[in-house]
Write a protein that binds this ligand. Structure first.
Ligand SMILES: [Zn+2]
Ligand SMILES: [Zn+2]
Length: 341
């Protein structure tokens, strides 16, 4: 089969590899599509670690084509994956936060992921219910959004986003726009999207933003939308430390600000600490998502065809390395490798 391998920063290549055969309890998945995540690009840039020689890709959807002995899966079932292997007995696993497991391993970083024709799904992952059935009629590039969408739902839950709640999103890239679609589906609003790029602001408007603003206009537009009160929930969905004060400034008293995106190592930025104190702002971070939210993402995505607008760049497996170049050149929004289906 063909796979993409990551060797070291700035070096990935499409190569051939033996077809995997599933061992006991394992499942062979024929990959339909795998999304390229900003964190894959951060591995490429050397900002985030992955094992040398690993097949990247953790935003995976495909079909169960073969089962190892005793594997708990249905042959022929179309699924999306929660790519996190966890121990099941650390304090975080016990409390239901498998994504916070102290010995977590993730497909695409520590074990071979989905930028390949087939992926062998480890036994632990199958047994813990991390294969999530999803409507097979949903296009593969949308099914591959289950992982990032679950992460977004985790951000929304942390912020308490609900129907009728004012909501601001700093960053109109793929993850900011996923927040927008999710917030719209929750019935939240009015929603403001802050984004410097005109094209991305336009997509945000098409996807249901009530207002858009450049970072410079954010304060004024936000005040107009909230009658000067500010937003109870703000998601910062861009990995730039300079964007954090913009998010905090948009929050109202008792409001919450979630730092959703990862930042380059060593990032820091001064904050108006009195605003945090006197306005009782809750400053949060979220990273990935518990399995319950993956299941919710897998049921929501088939009902949100407008998500297709976010997956602008599609590549064949043989040209998967180009997907990295597109992200580095800020060409389009989200990229997906379409393998089959
Ligand atoms: Zn991801
Ligand atoms: Zn654990």
């Amino acid at each position: 089969m063909l796979v993409l391998r990551f060797y070291e920063p700035f070096r990935v290549a499409v190569v051939s590899a033996p077809d995997p055969t599933p061992g006991p309890g394992e499942v062979l998945l024929q990959v339909h599509a795998t999304g390229l995540c900003n964190s894959d690009v951060r591995v490429f840039l050397g900002e985030k670690k992955a094992v040398s020689g690993v097949v990247p890709g953790h935003e995976i959807t495909g079909k169960v084509v073969q089962k190892g002995r005793g594997a708990l899966a249905e042959e022929g079932e179309v699924v999306a994956l929660c790519p996190i292997l966890c121990c099941g007995h650390c304090v975080f696993c016990r409390e239901g936060f498998r994504n916070r497991c102290t010995s977590r391993k993730t497909l695409g970083y520590d074990l071979d992921g989905g930028i390949a024709e087939y992926v062998s799904v480890p036994e632990d992952l199958v047994r813990m219910g991390h294969l999530l059935p999803i409507d097979p009629d949903t296009p593969p590039q949308l099914r591959a959004l289950v992982e990032p969408f679950a992460c977004v739902l985790n951000s929304m839950e942390a912020l308490g986003v609900r129907a009728g709640m004012l909501f601001a999103i700093v960053g109109g890239g793929p993850m900011g726009l996923l927040h927008l679609v999710a917030a719209t589906a929750y019935g939240a609003g009015p929603i403001l999207v802050v984004e410097p790029d005109e094209g991305r602001r336009q997509v945000a408007r098409q996807l249901g933003a009530d207002a858009v603003a450049t970072p410079d206009e954010a304060g004024e537009v936000g005040a107009m939308l909230t009658r000067g009160e500010g937003f109870p929930g703000v998601a910062v969905a861009v990995g730039l430390a300079e964007a954090v004060p913009t998010g905090i400034a948009l929050a109202r008293r008792l409001g919450s600000v979630n730092l959703f995106a990862g930042f380059p190592p060593g990032s820091s930025h001064p904050l108006d600490v009195n605003k945090l104190h006197y306005d009782e702002i809750r400053l949060l971070g979220t990273q990935n998502a518990p399995i319950t939210l993956y299941a919710r993402a897998a049921s929501m995505i088939p009902r949100l065809p407008q998500l297709d607008r976010i997956v602008t760049n599609r590549y064949r497996l043989s040209e998967a390395d180009q997907a990295y170049q597109a992200r580095l050149g800020h060409d389009g929004l989200k990229s997906a490798i379409i393998v089959e289906g």
